[in-house]
Design a protein around this ligand. Structure first.
Ligand code: GLU
Length: 464
């Protein structure tokens, strides 16, 4: 059997990171098994589905590199096929017309509420002769859900889960206007797409029982189910906007690398021993449904940032330059010239050592274009005494060769001469050069900036 899985988002908003993880699990499972990963846009809710949401989903999946093995399928376009299946069920006695009026349904709901029971259709048209149908009412088609016995689903994550069939009422398959319901569309599409495994959030577990019965009624193979626990926030509640960003797109804008995000999402709810850093080929090699945990994982921003820092250090410098360029240009208010890019590129090793996000990286890269605005700690270094030292240092900096070692030697000699510790001289110099009290190696920064620019920056302090 060739594994075929799908990710089936409803395009009613951005791609939630929980959904991104579902997509990732499906993708990795397909790749691990040598199968196919497909994408289906569940756009049957015409009021809530928007082209902008479809575009946002595509763009987030694209960013994460979760690429489908075929063109996406749009569920709404399959509506006539869904109606065909509803009619087939009607024909073989597995479904029936229901002529209930909205008032009758309302009464049923009220009765259930009075008896403290969940709302449930009472099956009033299940065995009734359609010739008794009231005139002028367009019927819906309801599924004749088995009422006896129990159904057990051997979920690959949750284990065996049993529901008494009596709990499942006769759901609507086709509305009076001929449009299919979500429950029917999902089953028909999964069957037609040849889906073998359904991996999705455990908020869909209860749907699986209803869907299972539709498969059986159509005498179709039932796919294997794997319902993964949702992601929770640090307080243990379901991850929501209140915990911070939940949109995959926002994480791109916050400066996370897609490979870090994928690694983090993978580890969120799936484990391979104690491995934390897992690259894509390892993930494909190791991924299994058995590795998915049963309890909800907690989203931890600090862990994600640390992981992102690791991936930034591993990333190619030229690629990083390309990624931060728009942000740097935005901050300095002009386009980067080749000589600017070259300086940032040369300094990338030192810059990326400290950055946890691309936003931090782009902010610190600006030191190669202009000093950063002083923060409080930096200002505190610029005492009159320190500024005096910088003044005396200027002729030495003018006579020095701009290599790391020569700069260091010059500074050491000057510190001896001024009778101060090296740090006492280097700290205000760092502020003059970078604007900050913390930066990549000062001598590296100065050797990349060169003599003219370095002296100009020191003069910017000593003259003011
Ligand atoms: N469209 C559903 C959702 O976005 C997923 C349905 C499914 O995976 O079966 O929650």
């Amino acid at each position: 059997m060739t594994v075929r899985v799908r990710f089936a988002p409803s395009p009613t908003g951005y791609l939630h990171i929980g959904s991104a993880r579902t997509a990732l699990f499906n993708y990795l499972f397909a790749k691990h098994c040598g199968g196919k990963y497909l994408l289906r846009i569940e756009d049957t809710d015409r009021e809530r589905s928007t082209p902008e949401a479809v575009a946002a989903i595509f763009s987030s999946l694209d960013w994460l590199g979760i690429k489908a093995d075929a063109e996406p399928l749009f569920q709404f376009e399959q509506a006539s096929r869904h109606a065909e299946v509803a009619n087939a069920l009607l024909k073989n006695g597995k479904a029936y017309y229901c002529y209930c009026s909205p008032e009758e349904l309302q009464t049923m709901r009220e009765e259930a509420a009075q008896n403290k029971l969940p709302p449930k259709y009472n099956g009033m048209w299940r065995d009734r002769d359609p010739s008794t149908a009231p005139a002028g009412i367009k019927p819906v088609i309801r599924f004749k859900s088995p009422q006896e016995g129990a159904l057990t689903i051997n979920d690959q994550v949750q284990g065996p889960v049993t529901v008494q069939n009596i709990q499942l009422d006769d759901m609507v398959l086709l509305r009076a206007d001929g449009t299919p319901t979500y429950m029917l569309s999902v089953v028909v599409d999964d069957h037609d797409m040849g889906i073998t495994h359904i991996i999705r959030g455990d908020d869909h577990l209860t749907n699986a029982f209803r869907q299972h019965h539709i498969y059986t009624a159509m005498e179709w193979n039932v796919p294997t189910f794997a319902h993964i626990p949702l992601i929770h926030g640090s307080d243990g509640a379901k991850l929501s906007k209140r915990h911070g960003a939940t949109s995959a797109d926002v994480y791109r804008d916050l400066g996370f690398l897609p490979e870090a995000m994928k690694n983090y999402l993978l580890r969120l709810g799936w484990a391979h021993g104690d491995d934390e850093m897992i690259n894509e080929s390892q993930a494909i090699e190791w991924f299994s449904l058995e590795g998915i945990g049963r309890s909800p994982a907690r989203f931890d921003m600090i862990k994600l940032q640390n992981l992102n820092g690791h991936y930034i250090r591993l990333a190619d410098d030229q690629r990083l330059l390309g990624l931060i360029k728009p942000q740097v240009e935005n901050q300095i208010g002009r386009t980067l010239m080749p000589c600017d890019e070259s300086k940032i590129f040369q300094g990338m090793g030192g810059l990326k050592d400290r950055a946890k996000t691309l936003v931090e990286l782009s902010e610190s890269a600006i030191i190669y274009i202009q000093p950063l605005p002083h923060d409080e700690k930096a200002l505190a270094m610029l005492t009159p005494e320190n500024v005096e030292h910088l003044k005396k240092l200027l002729p030495k900096l003018a006579a020095c060769e701009y290599t790391h070692d020569a700069l260091e030697a010059t500074l050491r000699a000057a510190a001896d001469q001024f009778n101060v510790k090296l740090g006492q001289l280097a700290a205000p110099l760092r502020v003059a050069i970078t604007g900050r009290s913390v930066s990549p190696s000062l001598f590296e920064v100065m050797s990349i900036l060169g003599k003219e620019e370095s002296i100009k920056r020191v003069k910017g302090i000593t003259k003011s």
